[in-house]
Design a protein around this ligand. Sequence first.
Ligand SMILES: [Zn+2]
Length: 140
Amino acid sequence: MRTITLIVIHCSAVRPGQRSSAEDIDKWHKDRGWKGIGYHYVIRRDGSIEKGRDIAEVGAHCYPHNSHSIGICYEGGLNEKGKKADTRTPEQKKTLRELVGQLHQQFPKALIVGHSDLEPSKPCPCFDVIKEFAEWNPLP
Ligand SMILES: [Zn+2]
């Protein structure tokens, strides 16, 4: 397994009613010329998890941090008007907490951050990840 120092949360930047399954994102990323979905996990609106790349494989979700990170993307992130918003359903919040908790056990030294914490020009994932997972973050 590669060294993991970051668990990075993303949103797929779709509006309510727009679908972004792991299969959809795989197609979008292939259209960009990538080798397929850049995330390791996708959390659908119903709370189900779909696997993207294997976590042993380097992702493509947060340049230049890909080599040492795991990328999780929840389906949503835009409101009806196309504005950034935390659109997570209760099911998505529950699944995200379970998944991040498992990854935290596996990689206890990894920081749990949002995409915007690493790249402030991006609103993704539209909520304060560091605050939400504060109890698991090995911050000073
Ligand atoms: Zn992102």
